[in-house]
Design a protein around this ligand. Structure first.
Ligand SMILES: [Zn+2]
Length: 377
């Protein structure tokens, strides 16, 4: 047998021309087949962080529905009494698949003392109309001024009734405090978020009267003051740059949850504070307190579309595809160097954390269903 093999090998090698001719075919056979195109899991997703303009809900549901999102939370419900809440709720009831959050009416602050109680009363009206949670924007702490033209702090005592009312009504408060730390640094080309800051000069807080750390302290005092109120710290607990601090917050405050909206680029990056293994361990440990969100914004005009952030020009179909595909790949695979879902949020790629299906299911939908009483049909 052995001799036969040697002879056969010699025979095969004896005709150099023939061997050369056969080479392309052999090479083709030997070439590794490319990996199959990424297929996201079939799990239903609830997006807890969207901003939908009145009138644009059908378009939003169609867009998100074509990317596995079966239910959305519209955080931009407005306030009752002429600020859009009634209209937003009516449309949500008509179109379905939507939960609406009410926004506190911060215009009350300008009207003077007692604003907290007046705002709380409107939260109650919002609840009775059908709003299921409260959303507070980063304007609190960074933009809203009192009658003396001073910034109103996130932990302003006079606002306590708003947070107490939400707790009493069983309405979680999604709260955005601060912004990326790079927004407090000079908006120069060496700033890691320069692409965004050069398009949106007003997003820079360089030289702002309040520091990032002051704001975060205000946020923590607010969460600590209302243990019976559920808080959703949006954008990965308002500190995606520092998952260790977010973990400490979650350990200290059992009433705190977080969402992932618009921060996959931040938490998925590989740097001194982040790597895929550590983020996976974070998701394993806090799997019951993390909610999936996108920060997609949809308006009535075709160009009114935000995918976590906005650039100089509106996003096109390829941006939409990349946004969702990179997001699902990040959650579901261990792929490395995945294109950023939102490249304007930093010129780096992200490494996937490959969550197991049981955890994905919680983050994608089960946690939101439990927290907000959502039933999927
Ligand atoms: Zn948002």
């Amino acid at each position: 047998m052995r001799i036969f093999l040697i002879v056969a090998a010699l025979a095969a090698g004896c005709d150099a021309t023939q061997a050369h001719k056969a080479a392309p075919d052999l090479a083709q056979i030997a070439r590794p087949t490319p990996p199959p195109a990424f297929q996201p899991s079939d799990l239903p997703r609830i997006d807890v962080h969207t901003h939908i303009e009145p009138g644009a809900l059908p378009r939003a549901i169609k867009l998100l529905g074509s990317h596995h999102i079966v239910h959305i939370i519209n955080l931009s419900g407005g306030s009752p009494g002429g600020d859009g809440l009634e209209e937003t709720l009516a449309e949500a009831n008509h179109v379905g698949h939507t939960t609406v959050f009410v926004n506190p009416d911060f215009r009350e602050i300008k009207k003077g003392a007692g604003y907290g109680a007046r705002m709380a009363a409107k939260i109650k009206v919002g609840h009775d109309l059908g709003a299921r949670g409260v959303k507070i924007s980063k304007g609190l702490g960074l933009g809203y001024l009192d009658a003396k033209r001073q910034l109103v702090a996130v932990d302003d005592k006079a606002l306590d009734p708003v947070f107490e009312m939400a707790g009493k009504m069983g309405m979680p408060i999604a709260i955005h405090t601060g912004d990326p730390k790079a927004f407090w640094k000079p908006p120069t080309p060496d700033n890691e978020r320069f692409d965004e800051l050069s398009v949106h000069q007003s997003w820079s807080f360089f030289g702002a009267p309040v520091s990032w750390d002051d704001l975060y302290g205000q946020f923590e005092r607010r969460v600590a003051r209302h243990p019976k109120t559920i808080f959703i710290g949006v954008h990965f607990g308002n500190d995606p740059e520092d998952p260790v601090r977010v973990a400490q917050m979650l350990d200290r405050h059992s009433n705190l949850y977080i969402d992932t909206a618009a921060r996959v680029p931040e938490i998925g990056r590989v740097d001194a504070n982040h790597d895929a293994a550590r983020l996976r361990a974070f998701f394993e440990k806090y799997q019951d307190r993390i909610l999936f969100g996108t920060d997609v914004g949809v308006g009535n005009a075709a160009e009114d579309l935000m995918l976590g952030s906005t650039g100089a020009t509106p996003p096109g179909p390829s941006d939409v595809t990349r946004f969702f595909e990179s997001t699902w790949r990040w959650f579901e695979t261990n792929d490395q160097a995945i294109p950023s879902p939102t490249p304007i949020q930093g010129r780096w790629t992200v490494d996937g954390i490959g969550l197991p299906r049981e955890i994905l299911e919680k983050v994608y939908s089960k946690n939101a269903m439990r927290l907000l009483g959502i039933k999927l049909d």
